[in-house]
Design a protein around this ligand. Structure first.
Ligand code: FAQ
Length: 307
């Protein structure tokens, strides 16, 4: 009997745009790469609640507080969908979370920056959620079924997040001189870290080639970053603010905006754990996990009789 070439059949399925489901055969590398990306994505959602959570108690009005509360809760929900998608690949929730707490697993560099003023909350909505959506729309078509389906719902919520962030900055940009300055300062601080969210340059992206072949990723880091710059460079005009990049300029030939060089040294330092808030973020997550031990204990199903 000739054994089927499973790797080839698998790739044929991917090429035919058929989704891979949890019980389907898959190469070990595909399973591991998805666990890596989905769990890092889940951790980003959960750690991403911290910088914004910092302003829930200090939101300037009841309306802004209610919006922020809902947004932060949405991020928790995104984390849950993603941890669940990850579990379908045969890894337990505890293991994934332990990897975050031990520093083995990564999460997005962006959440290692502090939120210093109320305008930062608007800037996160507009720029951080904006960058997240740019990347996540392609993930609604990722090849792993549970991840793709989770992303559809997440993207709907992220679009609302981005709109509310922009609207919040728009109000500040039409306010007093002090409010305008606060708005510009937040944009100055969040712009470059937002560009770093898309990951290293394509030439230095270790996972991209394989992830594109398996259609886990559909667009490259640089492609998405460029799309984001093109979108924001237009939207900033409505705010009447400026992006902190003297090299930002429309290139008629390329039909894209040119932009300045990202500080890659800073990016890798943050990824390695040396950003302004890395330690604080991990400590907060570890503490939340320890404080919640009694809830997990209470929620455990009872042991069946006779065991
Ligand atoms: N930060 O080979 P590549 C959000 C790592 S969700 C830290 O290019 P890949 C919602 C990368 O893991 C934001 N590390 O990697 C929200 C790899 O290391 P590894 C998160 C980074 O996977 C909003 C190494 O560098 N979104 O914001 C970063 O092909 C507001 C080489 O890189 C997702 O996770 C980074 N920025 O492409 C929540 C989307 N970039 O793992 C609260 C799903 C790269 O080999 C408030 N993920 N690295 O040790 C993806 O699409 C991809 O994983 C990329 C990176 C595009 C992020």
């Amino acid at each position: 009997m000739i054994l089927p070439d499973m790797e080839k059949l698998f790739q044929d399925k991917i090429d035919a745009e058929i989704k891979i489901e949890p019980k389907d055969w898959m190469p070990e590398g595909y399973r591991k790469n998805n666990i890596r990306q989905i769990s890092q994505h889940a951790h980003s959602e959960i750690v991403g609640m911290l910088p914004e959570g910092n302003w829930i108690g200090r939101a300037p009005s009841l309306k802004r507080k209610a919006i922020l509360l809902a947004k932060v809760q949405d991020e928790a929900g995104h984390g849950l969908y993603l941890y669940s998608a990850c579990e379908t690949l045969g890894i337990s929730r505890e293991e994934t979370i332990n990897d975050l707490h031990s520093g083995k697993a990564k999460y997005s560099s962006i959440f290692n920056y502090p939120t210093l003023s109320w305008a930062d909350i608007g800037a996160i909505g507009w720029l951080v959620d904006g960058a997240a959506i740019m990347n996540q729309v392609m993930l609604t078509r990722t090849s792993y079924g549970p991840y793709a389906r989770a992303m559809v719902r997440i993207c709907k919520e992220e679009s609302f997040h981005q709109r509310q962030g922009f609207e919040s900055l728009l109000v500040l940009s039409k306010g007093t001189e002090e409010q305008k300055a606060m708005c510009q300062d937040a944009i100055n601080r969040w712009w470059w870290p937002a560009l770093m969210m898309f990951g290293p340059r394509d030439s230095e992206s270790s996972n991209s080639d394989q992830s594109m072949k398996w259609k886990i990723k559909r667009k490259s880091n640089d492609e998405l970053r460029q799309q984001f710059v093109d979108m924001i460079a237009e939207q900033i005009k409505v705010l009447g603010m400026r992006l902190p990049d003297d090299n930002l300029k429309w290139n008629e030939e390329r039909k894209h905006y040119d932009f300045g060089e990202i500080d890659w040294k800073e990016f890798w330092e943050v990824v390695k754990g040396n950003g302004p808030c890395n330690k604080q973020r991990l400590e907060a997550r570890r503490k939340a996990w320890e404080d919640g031990a009694w809830v997990r204990e209470a929620a455990k199903p009872p042991t069946p009789k006779g065991e």
